[in-house]
Ligand binder design. Structure first.
Ligand code: FMN
Length: 261
């Protein structure tokens, strides 16, 4: 069996999940979605996995764009693991629809709870709670691996029909606002030392350093990784993030997520 794991991750939860899966399967290639710049991508493996976070109860824009560029043979075993802070709603059925449009069926989809990185609502959960979530994730791994190794078909994990419907409407409205939502980022100039980490990190290459000032360019994924990873906590969003504890997965380094072309 050969496997390609395509991942997108703002703060490391989904990357760590992808690494956990890769460590336990033979002949597996890990592919960072923001780093794949080819227009169309031929799938080479016979098993394909997608790992990414839930955004606003649905599939992040970067995943939708990526899936639309994939060329499958048609007989691949396809699965997905989404990480989320509490409610995946209809994310996996939505992904299944996107994949169907590419000629393949999503055979299994798992929603794994991890610390929420949505700092616009809440700061990072306390460390003890994070550890509990990491342990619970470890406990889920054998079951997930058993499904993948056995190429089993499983019901997609999701919210209730009512939750999926209501949250699905909110998803559509929210997603439209994400690209230009970056107007509300600002930089505390007393803290920022122009290290450029956010520029390297941004999965959309949406941040540039012009004449010593950071600029967001209207194509934001809203992953918030610039806020979460800034070594000096210099990046803020409106007044919502001031004083809030930042989060990233403890097993992942900022350089693991740098965009590479
Ligand atoms: C813009 C945005 C929207 C989010 N929306 C949801 C959501 O609808 N449901 C949920 O459970 N978690 C949500 N989260 C939390 C992330 O899905 C969760 O923390 C995920 O594990 C982060 O993965 P990463 O570290 O790989 O980026 C959201 C996070 C962001 C940044």
């Amino acid at each position: 069996m050969s496997t390609q794991l395509f991942y997108f991750s703002g703060t490391g939860n989904s990357l760590q999940m992808a690494r956990d899966i890769a460590l336990n399967l033979d002949n597996t290639e890990l592919v960072s979605i923001p780093s794949v710049s080819a227009e169309f991508i031929d799938i080479k493996a016979d098993t394909v996995g997608f790992l990414f976070p839930v955004y606003a109860w649905g599939v992040p824009r970067i995943i939708m764009d990526f899936v639309s560029r994939l060329k499958f043979k048609g007989d691949e075993y396809v699965f997905a693991i989404v990480t989320c802070g509490g409610q995946p709603a209809g994310t996996l059925p939505q992904l299944a629809g996107l994949l169907k449009g590419r000629g393949v069926e999503l055979k299994a989809g798992f929603a794994v709870l991890q610390p929420s990185n949505y700092i616009l609502w809440n700061e990072a959960p306390p460390e003890e709670k994070q550890v509990t979530m990491f342990v619970q994730k470890e406990e889920r791994l054998p079951g997930i691996l058993d499904v993948i190794r056995g190429r089993k078909t499983m019901p997609l994990e999701q919210g209730s029909a009512l939750a999926n419907f209501i949250l699905g409407l909110i998803y559509k409205l929210s997603l439209k606002g994400f690209p230009t939502g970056d107007k509300s980022f600002w930089v505390d100039s007393e803290r920022c030392n122009n290290c450029g980490q956010c520029v390297r990190l941004c999965p959309r290459a949406n941040i540039s350093l012009v004449d010593g000032r950071l600029q967001w360019c209207g194509n934001c994924e809203m992953c918030l990784s610039c806020i979460q990873w800034c070594p000096r906590e210099a990046i803020q969003y409106k007044k919502k993030t001031i004083g809030r504890k930042r989060y990233h997965h403890p097993g992942v380094k900022i350089s693991d997520l740098w965009k590479r072309d």
